[in-house]
Design a protein around this ligand. Structure first.
Ligand SMILES: C[S@@+](CC[C@H](N)C(=O)[O-])C[C@H]1O[C@@H](n2cnc3c(N)ncnc32)[C@H](O)[C@@H]1O
Length: 177
């Protein structure tokens, strides 16, 4: 049984359930990518992680925007393969590291930007890892779901046909104190 059925229905989007995943695959909508990139303010020194990267669209876009490196962490092996295929067809395969692993176990200490489109409960569970592994100044962007207890530096609301999307920007060392 798919435990995320209600969540999928609320968002009204196609998704797929993978055993062991803490969140189903619901891709970031293409029309939000420009805003995500603007908020991330990517530079040539940035190492951009997407925790639960799905088909890789956000990481692919981040390296195309000029990030030094992208890291795609995804538990679902089918999605990691899809992300690799997509990166290959966008000619950025060699600029992205693909990690087929539970994001709770992944090494993230070299990140300068972390993107997460998860759930509030999962963000809460990831908080100790973010607090202990990320360096001061790292930007953390979350879509639709906040990091409970952290102070966002910026929130952007975007009206979509069926709902309003909300993007949160946190900065390690400021948002978490
Ligand atoms: C809502 S989707 C977001 C996909 C992508 N970040 C995007 O914005 O298009 C969440 C993703 O997290 C993955 N995921 C869920 N639990 C995970 C875990 N414990 N470790 C790694 N990936 C996970 C799912 O398979 C899914 O692809």
């Amino acid at each position: 049984m798919n435990p995320f059925q209600g969540y999928e229905e609320v968002l009204g989007l196609a998704s797929s359930y993978y055993e062991g995943a803490r969140v189903p695959w619901v891709p970031t909508r293409e029309e939000l990518l420009d805003i995500v990139m603007k908020l991330a303010n990517i530079t040539h020194n940035d190492v951009f992680y997407d925790l639960g990267c799905g088909d890789g669209r956000v990481v692919i876009r981040a390296v195309k925007e000029g990030a030094l490196k992208g890291v795609c962490v995804e538990i679902n092996p089918t999605l990691i393969e899809k992300a690799k295929e997509n990166a290959k067809s966008e000619a950025v395969l060699n600029r992205i590291e693909f990690i087929n692993e539970d994001f709770f176990k992944a090494q993230i200490s070299d990140a300068t930007i972390v993107y997460m489109y998860l759930l509030t409960s999962v963000n809460r569970a990831l908080k100790p890892k973010l607090e202990s592994e990320l360096r001061k100044g790292v930007r953390i962007l979350t879509l639709d779901f906040e990091i409970p207890g952290w102070k966002p530096m910026q929130i952007i609301e975007v009206a979509l046909p069926m709902r309003t999307a909300r993007l949160y920007l946190y900065v390690k060392g400021y948002s978490d104190t």
